[in-house]
Design a protein around this ligand. Structure first.
Ligand SMILES: *Cc1c(COP(=O)(O)O)cnc(C)c1O
Length: 383
């Protein structure tokens, strides 16, 4: 009944964890779930107010323009100049997205012919892989290994694969490893892309979720990056707006135009009232971002205490709301044991790709009190 692209989807590896979770809950266990990467805190009130005001305006009720309102693209460009020190033309170097996932899923349709290769990180956000497959492209998985600080080793990519590649996805600060990129890595990527004629898509969903004074660089700040790449941004994680579905793509105008062509033929843009709320987020006060990062820092530090108790191998993350913890043995079995013995859900690393085996991922989406409760349980587990 289904097309090959559906039948060839990888098995949903989290299904068995979901099932185990509901069984444990049925027994009355108070489960602490660090599984989902969805902020638990509400959208800041000034953004919610902007939506309320906008939604009363009938002019906002009609089809939006495909590329997004110029005022939204202008707000994104202004935000970029302020936070990233990159100048963009809002007319043709900025495109509104219905969340950055939408951009990730659609861009392979613009740049891959059947059989063309897309280079995707492993472990990685699953949509790089499925978006490529849906476009009849062939994903080549670049392992992100601890010994390389979870950056792909571009020299390890076979020459003929590199030549067949048309697209490359990178993502720093990274989900799920929480690793950050160096500017010299970005320079290597630009050289590699020029040598092999590759379009680079840098997914920068976590650029603002940073701690301890760390500032995540924009890929577009790299010399030559504007010639070969784009960057995807999401308001989801930065402003607790996952449910609103709003983001944007910025960078090389021809690449932006290619993504825009696909979108014109598939979707009709983001609700303009949501775009106006997005303008409030991008151009309004940014204390909310700092406040949330302070909260994530406290949560991170609380959780690290427990992970040390368990003897897991962790580097304190400088960015993202994930803690990527090295374990002994099989990640699926480790997760199940943690759930059954301590009522704690963490995501098995293998769910993000083969190279994620040997790790589990915790999302910092629970209060410090709940994290402390989880740490207590970890302590008892150890004893
Ligand atoms: C959460 C996430 C996204 C999706 O963000 P939306 O804007 O909500 O679609 C994209 N990429 C990565 C790496 C993410 O973790």
């Amino acid at each position: 009944m289904y097309a090959d692209r559906i039948n060839s989807l990888p098995p949903y590896l989290f299904a068995s964890i979901d099932k185990a979770k509901s069984e444990v809950m049925k027994k009355g266990v108070d489960v602490i779930d660090f599984g989902v990467g969805d902020p638990d805190m509400p959208t800041p009130p000034h953004i919610v107010e902007a939506l309320k005001k906008s939604v009363d305006n009938p002019a906002r009720h009609r089809y939006p323009s495909y590329e997004g309102m110029l005022s939204y693209r202008q707000a994104a460009a202004d935000w970029y100049r302020k936070t990233m020190k990159v100048d963009l033309n809002p007319e043709n170097e900025v495109l509104a997205l219905i969340g950055s996932k939408e951009g990730v899923a659609h861009i392979p349709l613009a740049f891959l012919n059947p059989g063309d290769v897309a280079l995707v990180p492993d472990p990685g956000y699953p949509v790089y892989n499925t978006g490529t497959t849906f476009a009849n492209g062939v994903p080549y998985r670049m392992p992100l290994l601890s010994e390389n600080d979870f950056l792909p080793d571009l020299d390890a990519i076979p020459k003929d694969t590199a030549k067949k590649a048309k697209l490359m996805f990178i993502n720093y600060p990274n989900n799920p490893t929480s690793a950050t990129a160096t500017t010299s890595f970005f320079e290597e990527v630009v050289d590699f892309a020029n040598e092999n004629d590759i379009v680079v898509v840098h997914d920068n969903a976590y650029s603002e979720m940073t701690f301890d004074g760390y500032k995540a660089p924009s890929f577009l700040k790299t010399k030559g990056a504007m010639d070969i790449g784009i960057e995807l941004h999401s308001l989801s994680k930065t402003y607790n707006m996952t449910g609103w579905r709003i983001g944007f793509a910025v960078g090389n105008r021809d690449i932006i135009a290619g993504l825009g062509k696909v979108k014109t033929n598939i979707d009709s843009g983001a609700f303009e009232a949501v775009q106006e709320a997005g303008i409030a987020a991008l151009s309004g006060p940014q204390d909310c971002v700092r406040d949330m990062n302070r909260i994530y820092t406290k949560r991170r530090d609380a959780l690290l205490v427990g992970l040390e108790e368990l003897g897991l191998d962790v580097r304190p993350p400088k960015a993202t709301f994930y803690v990527w913890a090295g374990i002994e043995g099989n990640s699926m079995e480790f997760s199940k044991r943690l759930l059954e013995k301590a009522g704690i859900v963490a995501t098995p690393g293998v769910g993000f790709g083969e190279s994620g085996e040997g790790y589990i991922r915790f999302s910092l989406t629970k209060t410090v009190d709940r994290i402390n409760e989880a740490v207590e349980r970890m302590r008892k587990l150890d004893a």
